[in-house]
Every structure is written in C-alpha cells, then in structure tokens.
Design a protein around this ligand. Structure first.
Ligand code: NAD
Length: 454
C-alpha cells in the first residue's frame, strides 16, 4: 500500500510514500517501549537542548519547510512560513518552561508528601493535514520533553510536511533512536496504532474519527485526548466596532482557505448592524487574491483536496435549497485552469441550515441576522460543537459577562480565536476533550502522582 501526496495547485502527484502494515506499526511500538526506559530517566537539561535545536532549525529552514506545506496542502506561502515560525516558538516555550512545569508540588498534609509528574509512557498521535507542522509539534513536543516517547501518524494528505520532515527534525536534533517515530498511512494505520500496545493516544481530526478512535482506545482503556471539529460563532452585537469586526472576521474565516478548526464559521449579527456588517464584509472578502499559493502576495490558495471542494459545494447547495441566499461566490471558478480553487463565499443563513449545523471546512461565511443580543447568544449556543467563540462589543464589561454565557473551550472578546503556546487549547461538547498547549497540555500526558513518605 502507498500514500501519494498531490499538489492541489497543479493537481500533479508529488511523491509516493510506503504505508505501513500492522506488523511494522507494532514493531515500531516495541522499539519505542525499549527506548522509553532510558528516555524517561534522562536529564531534563539534555531534553531541553534537543528541543531548542528543533526550534533553531525550524527558523533557519523556515522557507524550505513552508514550501513543503504549501506544495502538499495549498496554504499560501506567507501563512506556511508563519506556521513554521510559530512551531519554533512553541519549542522554545516548552524548552524554557518544562523544568518549572514538572517541579514537584508539596502537599500540606504533614510529613513529607508531594505531587510528582511522571511520563505515561508510549504515546500515539494521529494528526490532520491543515496545519501539518504546528499540529504535530504542539502535541509531540510537550509529550516528549516530559519524558514520553512518541509515534506520530500524519495525515495521508501531508506525509512529507506532517511526517517525513518532522522525523528529520528529531534526527538532526540528536534525539536517541526510537524516542520519536513516524508511521505513515491512512485511517487503517491510525487504527493499527490505536490498537497497538501504546499507553495513550491523542487525535486531532473530525468528530467521526474521534468517535472511532475513542471507541477503539476504550477497548483496553487507553487514555485519549480529542481535538475535534468546530462551528465557532462570531457574534456581532449592536454596539460592535463594525470595521474592526469585519477585518477580523474576513481574515478569521478565509485564512488557510477556511480550513481551520477554529475559523469563525457562523456570523451571528444583530438586526441593527446586519446590513452595515454584511456590506462591508462582502467588500473586504472581494479584495482577497485567489492565486498560486507559492506567490508571496496570495491571500487564498486552492483547497487541499478536490473532495474538500465537493463537500463545501454540496453544503452550500443544500443550504440554498433550504432557503439561504448567496451574496458572493458560491461555486467553483468557471475555468479550465487547474487547482482546487473555491472563491470566498458569503451567504445569508439561519442556524437550522446545513451550513450552520455541520462543520464547514472551506471559505464560506454564513451570516445569520438575529433580533437582539440575547438571541445572538442563544443561537451561538445552539450547536453540537464548542471549540471557540468570539464576541464583538465596545462595552467590554458586558462582553466579559457574556463570555460566561457562551459554551466553548475558548472565548475572545473583540478578536478572532487563535492559539498560542502559552494558552490552553481545546473544546467542549463534540469539539472534544482534553487540552493542548500551556502547562495544561503538558499535564495531559503525565501521571500526576501523589507521594507520601511516613
Ligand atoms: P480526519 O478525521 O479525516 O483525519 C484525521 C486523522 O485521523 C488522519 O491522520 C486520518 O488518517 C486519521 N484517521 C481517520 N480515521 C481513522 C480511524 N478510524 N482510526 C484512526 N485514525 C483515523 O480529519 P482531517 O480531514 O484530516 O482534518 C480535518 C478535521 O480535523 C476537521 O474536522 C477539523 O475541525 C479537525 N481539526 C481539529 C483541530 C482542533 O484542534 N480541534 C485542529 C485541526 C483540525
């Protein structure tokens, strides 16, 4: 079996990668367990040095790594460079803080007693294609620096940028053999990994995959962290600064061609400002450059796969059948030119339409007009997802009050949702459970151990 990566701009195959069979996955897991014994006892200073080497290499090679990302999944090169830079920042963040994060915590129960943080062991991670370097490293780095060993399965869409180059990074940073390994393949290889003798698994992917991975992992009670899809509300209240909301909303919706878990996906706008917001939003969306992603001035490249484009088109058409009105874009470019392009799309919608009920992974902004602020919050919460949310109002006291009413893992007032190494990241409801990033993300893969000495 092979995995073939395809350039979504030229539609040409890039290269073939051999997919692993179950025996080879199991062999890698056995090797990982052998490596664990020494790695978990290794000097934390040495581990920090290795992670710092990864941080440095990511910066010195950022253009080359960014090109791999763009070539495999179509992200504009300027966004791919930013992804690599942010991944470097993440490595530096954990290298700097890990000692503090792992320090024993005294317990106040008398005698000598404390909480100690120990690695869980052999950890699997299964990743998507939309931020191939960032998503892999944001989970792998804290897990490895804390003394676990790792097996990463990248998406079959991005075997090179999400797998091969990550393996190379670890080798060049002089990690011992088998502390970090890559298992290339599709869903079945992910399943071999989950069913192998690993101790815990983290998945970043769709809700359906989350259900499948969690079900398989529960057969022998492996710990699971799930970072799944979202349908984030972007709530524009009567008193919002419309110009700022529009600028942020356009960039928050169309970055990465709309293929981001925490994109603003439902624009919920009060009646009073709906016309102004919609008109300005369309004008700004029209100004985006849809072109070859390798060019520096491109704002939107192609979608990562043709199936992604079929899916978003199907969701749009279904919603039009349900009464939605297209205000901009709405169908693939009418041209013989290659590339899985889809234009920035804006439509009116109500929250019961397909475009709002399902996760949309493409450049479409449904605008839902609601009567008032209370209704806006009610509509925002009427979803099975709960990843991020943003609220726009000039009254920051009211904004902060409303953060308590919106159900999500992350909430921003007057900004679009974004991630940072120092902030916990993750969802609630069907957006998953567990956290990544910050100290909370690191603790997910640790045995938080109570030690009492009498
Ligand atoms: P996907 O669920 O199709 O695949 C994700 C990974 O799981 C891939 O590596 C795939 O090969 C593997 N996989 C699929 N079925 C499997 C199975 N039964 N057992 C084991 N492994 C299996 O998702 P995708 O299309 O690669 O990525 C897009 C999805 O990821 C969207 O839903 C998006 O919202 C979500 N996502 C979430 C976050 C987050 O942090 N919450 C971040 C990025 C993407």
């Amino acid at each position: 079996m092979k995995v073939q990566s395809i350039n979504p701009y030229t539609e040409d195959p890039i290269r073939d990668h051999k997919a692993l069979g179950r025996p080879l996955v199991e062999e890698k897991v056995t090797n990982a367990r052998k490596a664990l014994a020494e790695w978990r006892e290794s000097d934390i200073l040495e581990r920090r040095k290795m992670v710092k080497r990864i941080a440095r290499r990511l910066l010195t090679k950022k253009k080359a790594y960014a090109q791999y990302i763009t070539e495999e999944m179509g992200k504009p090169i300027k966004e791919a460079v930013a992804e690599v830079e942010k991944s470097s920042m993440l490595c530096s963040y954990y290298a700097k803080n890990v000692k503090k994060f792992l320090k024993d915590e005294p317990l106040k129960i008398g005698g000598k007693s404390y909480v100690r943080f120990e690695p869980i062991g052999v950890i699997g991670s299964i990743m998507p294609w939309n931020f191939p370097v960032w998503q892999a490293l944001r989970f792998v780095i804290p897990s490895v620096i804390a003394g676990n060993v790792q097996l990463l399965k990248p998406s079959s869409v991005t075997p090179q940028s999400g797998g091969v180059i990550i393996q190379e990074l670890f080798q060049r940073a002089r990690f011992p053999d088998n502390v970090f390994q890559v298992t290339i393949g599709g869903a079945s290889v992910g399943n071999y990994l989950v069913e192998s003798k690993i101790d815990a698994i983290s998945l970043t992917g769709s809700v359906q995959t989350g259900i499948e991975v969690a079900t398989a992992a529960m057969k022998d009670l492996k710990k699971v962290v799930l970072e799944l899809g979202g349908s984030d509300p972007f709530i524009v209240l009567d008193d919002a600064d419309i110009d700022k909301a529009v600028a942020a909303g356009v960039s928050g919706r169309y970055r990465n061609c709309g293929q981001s878990c925490l994109s603003a996906k439902r624009f919920i706008v009060t009646k009073k400002v709906s016309k102004e917001f919609t008109d300005k939003y369309i004008e700004t969306a029209k100004s985006l450059t849809l072109a070859d992603p390798i060019k520096e001035d491109t704002d939107m490249g192609p979608m990562a796969r043709n199936e992604q484009r079929d899916r978003i088109e199907e969701q749009i058409n279904k919603s039009v059948g349900e009464g939605a009105k297209i205000l901009l874009g709405g169908k693939r470019p009418d041209t013989k030119k290659k590339g899985y392009f889809f234009p920035p799309t804006v439509m009116t919608a109500t929250n019961d339409m397909t475009i709002c009920r399902e996760e949309t992974f493409g450049p479409v902004a449904p605008i839902i007009t609601v009567e008032n602020n209370e209704k806006a919050i009610e509509v925002a919460n009427d979803t099975e997802f709960g990843l991020g949310a943003s609220i726009w109002t000039k009254d920051i006291i009211k904004g902060e009050e409303l953060t308590k009413k919106v159900r999500s893992g992350i909430v921003y007032v007057n900004d679009v949702v974004h991630s940072d190494p120092s902030m916990p990241f993750g969802g609630t409801k069907k957006s998953g459970f567990g956290r990544e990033l910050s100290r909370y993300g690191l603790l997910e893969m640790l045995n938080i151990r109570t030690v009492v000495i009498n």
